[in-house]
Design a protein. Structure first.
Length: 184
């Protein structure tokens, strides 16, 4: 039995996202995972409150939630990824672990700044969005980016696997329309 998950590359236009975009030299500065095409929960590392970029960590973002309502001009590219039952089970288990222990995990602000100097570091329980998504995909057996998670960039998620991934949307996140039926 196969399942479909979604990888969302995004750029909100906030000051922090513009800094990340400058450091990476890529049009998208944020990466999220969703288990369905409604995007009720997009898992990532980022702001916990839209008005406070410092208070950040593991988040379950909602396309229609406070953050993306405030930043309604968020641009995105959405990829649909087909995975098998075991990969899906592992991914869901890992995401539940993060959800149940969300206060333990912090956003790695130092890690983002050190990337500018090409000095990625690994800190226990500290992630940025790309590091988190790379870790989830690898630990689930879905995809390994071929370098340490601390070095992951948004552009590393453009080409995943042999025919596993399909670009299904590019534009404003607020204009995204569900691309198909629910997971099998």
């Amino acid at each position: 039995m196969s399942h479909t998950i979604y990888l969302i590359l995004a750029h909100t236009g906030t000051m922090w996202s513009r800094l990340i975009k400058f450091i990476n030299g890529y049009e998208y500065s944020h990466v999220m995972l969703s288990l369905d095409d409604k995007f009720d929960k997009m898992y990532s590392f980022g702001r916990k409150r839209y008005n406070n970029p410092i208070l950040a960590g593991f988040v379950c973002e909602d396309m229609n939630g406070e953050f993306f309502t405030k930043f309604s001009n968020t641009r995105c590219r959405v990829y649909k990824i087909t995975i098998n039952e075991m990969q899906y089970f592992r991914l869901c288990s890992l995401l539940r672990l993060f959800e149940h222990n969300r206060e333990k995990y912090k956003y790695d602000i130092a890690g983002v700044i050190l990337r500018f100097f090409h000095l990625p570091i690994k800190r226990e329980h500290h992630y940025i969005c790309t590091q988190f998504v790379a870790s989830m995909l690898s630990r689930s057996g879905i995809y390994n980016i071929g370098k340490s998670f601390e070095k992951a960039l948004p552009q590393d998620f453009e080409h995943i696997g042999d025919n596993m991934q399909e670009a299904v949307y590019e534009g404003l996140l607020r204009n995204y329309v569900r691309v198909g039926s629910e997971n099998d």
